[in-house]
Design a protein around this ligand. Structure first.
Ligand code: ADP
Ligand code: MG
Length: 521
């Protein structure tokens, strides 16, 4: 369907032409006829399917007809808010007087204050800053006749539910406004929100998430944690991508990978949720302009980012939340293009793989380094590891990165360890120069590989001093093996020695799970 077949005014069509769109994407074709009629809509469609234009065009067409009213778009992250604002400026090209403002935290209030007092047609913002302005009576939520909640699922993940509730409580009743909700997934939580705050919304689900991965070549390498970086270097040497987004599960790992890439001569930077706003925007801009080929990010930092023509996505760590796998690899192959996603499966995060494969309803093809002609590359950063020693300033990335996690708990344990004393050899957090050539690992049979993993992580391989240490309290040990997630959260903070033994014993149990996975038991 062409945009010209929709009931859109000339001025709106001018903006669409400026954006270079001619044909509707499936979600646009399905939702626009309904949203343009003024109905509430609850929309689920995959990342990159063109949801932004659905709500922006609805808002602009309404403006074109009434020349009055104000619209509010709530976004979970600053980047996404900025992106929406950018898109809005393009699509509003036919309305020279249309006023758009963007409101997010992490920057001063002054400029945004001035913008607010001047009166706008479209307000885009993150929940925290919008509520701040409402509290100081600079913003009145009752002025809005159109409300958009973008990435509703992410709002929950990031803990914005109370903020969202608080905003809705300050608005005019749902029957007096049009409310539109957009999400990559429609969870029960998101549906509940819709029931609570929307007026007989029409639910439109366009394509299941699985279809997202169709245009993406997915590959997976099994590798030990110690050898992950050198394998990554070999992959980069072979593929030499012009743009590559790398995902890690923790902020520290993101910094580390970016630094190690730089040490090896790759131009790389990292992006995290708690970085100063100006720096994040600058980094992103560089990537978009093609000046920065490698960007390392956590899930939260990268959410909603739009980098066109991204050639390669690397899951340096397997995401612990299976939905994030689709969000991550969906950064490539946007708007129908093809792309490539490589996943590095190490012993720390392999446990997330099964849920991912269930979710995408396919096995990710496994490649072996020697079979695809990967060569060993000298790692100029061998032995380097990064660990931030701040643990109090836990940003959103931490919150997200540790939620629903399994292996991630181990990481947090080791962060505690490294706070209390210097990391020692063989410890979880230390990257050691490894003697094992990963290509050898790929030559091994599965049995040999399992034996290798076992040898590396069996308690007998631990440093001697380890054995003399007191065993963890009886009550903790079985609890950890059965349900590491909950018991670790609830257990009183154990002493350093106990933590370390605990991690080891948790690992032991996990090996049988790796084995079960590999052998398909
Ligand atoms: P979503 O919010 O669903 O993840 P976006 O709205 O960010 O996706 O759109 C993804 C990309 O597709 C953007 O680069 C956008 O400019 C582009 N796009 C959206 N609609 C169209 C269209 N009708 N034709 C071509 N490109 C489009
Ligand atoms: Mg979007």
């Amino acid at each position: 369907m062409k945009f010209t077949e929709l009931p859109l005014s000339e001025d709106v069509l001018a903006g669409i032409a400026k954006a270079g769109y001619t044909e509707c994407t499936p979600v646009q074709e399905k939702v626009l006829p309904i949203s343009l009629s003024g109905k509430d809509v609850m929309v689920q469609s995959k990342t990159g399917s063109g949801k932004t234009a659905v709500f922006l065009l609805t808002i602009l067409e309404k403006y074109s007809r009434n020349r009055s009213g104000a619209a509010l778009i709530v976004s979970p992250t600053r980047e996404l808010a900025v992106q929406i604002e950018e898109d809005a400026r393009v699509l509003a090209a036919g309305f020279p007087d249309y006023r758009i403002g963007c409101f997010y935290g992490g920057v001063g209030y002054k400029e945004q204050n001035e913008e607010l007092s001047s009166g706008l047609n479209l307000y885009v913002g993150t929940p925290g800053r919008l509520l701040d302005f409402a509290k100081s009576n600079k913003l009145d939520f009752r002025v809005f006749d159109t409300i958009v909640l973008d990435e509703a699922d992410r709002m929950f993940d990031m803990g914005f539910y109370p903020d969202v509730q608080s905003m809705f409580a300050q608005m005019v009743p749902s029957s007096e406004r049009q409310t539109m909700l957009f999400s990559a997934t429609l969870s029960t939580k998101v549906r509940n929100l819709a029931w609570q705050y929307m007026s007989e919304p029409e639910e439109i689900a366009v394509q299941p998430e699985e279809i997202t991965v169709k245009n993406i070549t997915q590959e997976l390498f099994h590798v030990t944690k110690d050898e992950k970086f050198s394998l990554f270097l070999s992959i980069l040497k072979k593929l030499n991508p012009s743009s590559c987004l790398i995902f890690t599960n923790t902020k520290d790992r993101a910094v580390e990978v970016a630094k190690r890439l730089s040490m090896n001569g790759y131009k790389a930077e990292y992006l995290m949720g708690d970085m100063p706003q100006s720096k994040r925007l600058k980094t992103l801009e560089k990537m978009k302009e093609g000046k920065l080929p490698y960007l390392v990010a956590t899930d939260v930092a990268a959410r909603g980012l739009q980098i066109d023509d991204l050639e390669l996505v690397v899951n340096y760590d397997i995401p612990e939340d299976y939905e994030n796998y689709v969000h991550r690899i969906g950064r490539t192959a946007r708007a129908g293009k093809t792309g490539k996603a490589i996943t590095l499966a190490c012993e720390e995060y392999i446990y997330g793989l099964e849920a991912i494969e269930d979710y995408i309803q396919m096995k990710i093809p496994v490649l072996w380094p020697d079979e695809v002609g990967l060569e060993s590359v000298e790692d100029k950063s061998a032995g380097y590891h990064y660990r931030s020693y701040r643990s109090s300033g836990r940003g959103r990335d931490d919150r997200k990165d540790s939620s629903r996690s399994r292996g991630g708990k181990n990481t947090r344990k080791t962060q505690r360890i490294s706070k209390s004393r210097k990391p020692q050899k063989n410890e979880d957090s230390v990257i050691e120069k490894s003697n094992t050539d990963f290509s050898k690992l790929s030559e091994m049979s599965l049995d040999e590989r399992m034996a290798y993993y076992k040898k590396q992580y069996a308690p007998s391989a631990a440093p001697k001093s380890e054995k003399k240490r007191p065993q963890p309290k009886k009550a903790q040990k079985p609890a950890v093996q059965k349900a590491p997630k909950d018991s670790m959260r609830k257990a009183p903070e154990p002493k350093v020695e106990e933590v370390k033994t605990e991690v080891k014993s948790a690992r032991k149990g996990l090996f049988s799970r790796i084995k079960a996975r590999i052998f398909g038991a």
